[in-house]
Design a protein around this ligand. Structure first.
Ligand SMILES: CC(C)(COP(=O)(O)OP(=O)(O)OC[C@H]1O[C@@H](n2cnc3c(N)ncnc32)[C@H](O)[C@@H]1OP(=O)(O)O)[C@@H](O)C(=O)NCCC(=O)NCCS
Length: 158
């Protein structure tokens, strides 16, 4: 597996995976990914299959945004997804390890929203020290599904 920061040329594949992974939730388009990658305070990472010496297909992606002042920021996970044919192989863990390293380097708290019925993702976030902070009703559209807000304390608060 190869990891690197995502760039505009990866947006179409991200959008393709989103359509498969979030069919009920207004999956992000290629254009939305382009805007996200270009934002100065976001960090998007991809996990790529290796194809000999060449870079293979994008199998997983994750991104988060830095909010607030640079000397005391918070982070918010915007999205994470892994190709259904390659799940449960530790790809999300690789992505999360890197995102959490960035947050810990800033000694920052991390927030996210997750569907209340998304057991795999909730289990993963709990393994990273996220805890449930409350429920946001009808957070996801058009499904109307509820979300939990979860947060992970900064390194110094853990
Ligand atoms: C959640 C998701 C990103 C996990 O990706 P993955 O590459 O399969 O995850 P990993 O193999 O790295 O597993 C990481 C941890 O997640 C949890 N996990 C992942 N899949 C799980 C499942 N089906 N059931 C229970 N726990 C699961 C486990 O705690 C796992 O750690 P372990 O393997 O040591 O037990 C993937 O299921 C996915 O893309 N889901 C659809 C998109 C989504 O819901 N994203 C989150 C939006 S908030």
């Amino acid at each position: 597996m190869e990891m690197r920061e995502l760039r505009p040329g990866d947006a179409a594949r991200c959008a393709e995976l989103e359509k498969i992974l979030f069919p009920d939730e207004n999956p992000w388009s290629e254009n939305v990914f382009m805007v996200e990658f270009a934002h100065p305070h976001t960090f998007y990472l991809g996990a790529f299959e290796q194809d000999g010496d060449a870079e293979g297909q994008l199998l997983g992606y994750a991104g988060m945004a830095m909010l607030g002042p640079r000397d005391d920021p918070e982070f918010e996970i915007h999205t994470i997804g892994v190709d259904p044919g390659h799940q449960r192989r530790g790809i999300a863990r690789l992505l999360m390890d890197n995102l959490m390293l960035v947050a810990d380097n800033f000694d920052a708290q991390v927030f996210l929203e997750v569907r209340t019925d998304n057991e795999p993702a909730i289990a993963m976030y709990e393994r990273y020290g996220f805890t449930n902070q409350g429920i946001r009703r009808n957070y996801y559209q058009p499904s109307g599904a509820d979300a939990y807000t979860m947060s992970r304390p900064s390194r110094s608060e853990r």
